[in-house]
Design a protein around this ligand. Structure first.
Ligand code: ZN
Length: 137
């Protein structure tokens, strides 16, 4: 019983991967790279085109989205911070200074063998696909 539920969940996860991949391909055909929206001092909202230091859930909420959905729609990596590079650096440096970085560097997939056993199936974001492609060239 438990196995069946897991199999169904897995299949739907793969379905999303296919949809995301085809959406990614059409964006690729248009030559739109979501990484270009993130600059040193600003990030551009890919829906309305306005620029900010960071894209908050309040702003994205105005478009009817949450940040996870926004990242999925535009092909960003799941862990991509939706803020300009200067702000990313500021937060990263503060996390190191206050010891927070030591806590967030723990990767459950490496620590927990059960998670590792589920293995293998992971959605590749458009951003990661672009980065991998550039690495090959
Ligand atoms: Zn916007």
């Amino acid at each position: 019983m438990r196995k069946v539920a897991f199999a169904v969940r897995r299949r739907s996860a793969e379905g999303r991967t296919d949809n995301a991949a085809s959406a990614s391909m059409s964006r690729a055909a248009l030559g739109i790279d979501p990484r270009q929206a993130i600059q040193e001092d600003m990030i551009r909202c890919l829906i309305c085109g306005h620029t900010f230091r960071q894209l908050t859930n309040t702003h994205l909420g105005g478009h009817g989205l949450r940040s996870a959905e926004y990242k999925r729609r535009f092909g960003y990596n799941r862990g991509r911070p939706l803020m300009c590079r200067a702000l990313q650096r500021l937060y990263a440096e503060r996390a190191v200074r206050t010891g927070l970085a030591a806590q967030i560097r723990v990767r459950p997939i490496l620590v927990n063998p059960e998670l590792r056993a589920r293995g293998g199936v992971r959605r590749i974001a458009f951003e990661e696909w672009l980065t991998r492609r550039e690495a090959r060239l």
